[in-house]
Unconditional design. Structure first.
Length: 273
C-alpha cells in the first residue's frame, strides 16, 4: 500500500488523535503501536513531537502491507468504544485523501478494511447473463468474487476464484457442445484441451495458419500457467508464495480474456449452424 504525503499526514493525525476525530495516543502508546509493526523504539528524553514521530514511522511503512494493517487497526471501531467519537467521521477524513491514492477504508462485518478502489481491467460478460440456471449463476458469482477480492486485498482468494471461474466456464461450454461430457477430475489443462477441440480451436488443425496456431498454442500455455499459479499462490492449498495485487490482476484478467474469447467462439459457432 503506497500513499501520498498528504495521506500520510492525514493518517498521522488520526493515529495521534490530534485531529480530534480519533482517540488520543500518548508518546508511549505511539511507540507501543509502531513497535508492533517493526519499529524498535523506546520512549524517553529527547523523543520527538508525537506528530513528527508518527509521520516518520508511517513513512517507513509506506509502500508495505504493514501500512494497511496499521491503518485498519487504528480505524477498528473497537478503538472508539467508550468514547464520544464516531469512527465514521475519522474514516471520512482519511478517505478524502486516500481516494486520490486509489484506496479507501470501509467497515465490513464490524471490522475496518482497506479496499483498493480498482479491480481488474478486463470487462467480461457471458451469453448466459440473466439466466437463473445454477451453472450460469455460479459463473456470475465467480466474476463478482474476483473483483471484490482484488478490491479487498484478498489476492490469494482472487487467484483461486480466477481459476474457479475458468473451470466453471470450460465445464459449462463442454456441457453445451458435448451431449455426453467427461466428468471433470480437477485437471484444468486437460479440460481446456477437450473444449478447445469441441470449439474447433485445436492448433493441430491443418487449415490453421502458423500465426494463429501460435496464439492457440499460447492459450493452452496460459491455462497451464493459471492452473499452476493457483496452486502456488491461491488459497486452495498451503501457499508457497505470497501474491501481490499485480499477480491477482494478471490471473483474473487472463481468465476473463480467455473466457471472452471462448464464449464469443461458442456463440459464433452456434449462430453459424
Amino acid at each position: 500500500m503506497r500513499v501520498s504525503a498528504r495521506s500520510i499526514t492525514a493518517i498521522g493525525r488520526i493515529v495521534t488523535g490530534d485531529e480530534g476525530l480519533s482517540p488520543y495516543r500518548s508518546g508511549p502508546r505511539l511507540v507501543q503501536l509502531f513497535n508492533e509493526y517493526g519499529a524498535n523504539d523506546t520512549y524517553g528524553q529527547g523523543f520527538p513531537s508525537r506528530w513528527q514521530y508518527a509521520e516518520t514511522r508511517l513513512n517507513d511503512l509506506n509502500d508495505t502491507p504493514a501500512l494497511g494493517s496499521l491503518l485498519a487497526e487504528v480505524m477498528d471501531p473497537r478503538e472508539f468504544m467508550d468514547t464520544k467519537l464516531d469512527v465514521s467521521a475519522a474514516i471520512e477524513y482519511v478517505n478524502k485523501r486516500l481516494r486520490y491514492d486509489g484506496f479507501e477504508v470501509s467497515i465490513d462485518n464490524g471490522l475496518a478494511k482497506i479496499r483498493h478502489l480498482e479491480g481488474s481491467t478486463v470487462e467480461c460478460k457471458h451469453p448466459f447473463e440473466g439466466s437463473v440456471d445454477e451453472g450460469h449463476l455460479f459463473i456470475e458469482e465467480q466474476l463478482q468474487k474476483c473483483e471484490q477480492k482484488i478490491q479487498d486485498g484478498d489476492y490469494d482468494g482472487a487467484i483461486t476464484n480466477g481459476r474457479t471461474l475458468l473451470e466453471a466456464v470450460l465445464s459449462e461450454l463442454e456441457e453445451k457442445v458435448n451431449p455426453n461430457p467427461v466428468p471433470y477430475d480437477g485437471d484444468l489443462p486437460k479440460l481446456y484441451k477437450r473444449v478447445q477441440k469441441l470449439l474447433n480451436l485445436d492448433p493441430a488443425r491443418p487449415d490453421v495458419v502458423t500465426p494463429l496456431k501460435q496464439v492457440l498454442s499460447g492459450l493452452a500455455g496460459i491455462v497451464s500457467g493459471l492452473s499452476g499459479i493457483s496452486n502456488r499462490m491461491g488459497d486452495r492449498h498451503a501457499r508457497t508464495y505470497k501474491p501481490s495485487r499485480r499477480h491477482a490482476v494478471l490471473v483474473v484478467d487472463s481468465a476473463k480474456t480467455l473466457m471472452n474469447f471462448l464464449f464469443e467462439t461458442y456463440v459464433t459457432s452456434t449462430t453459424a449452424r
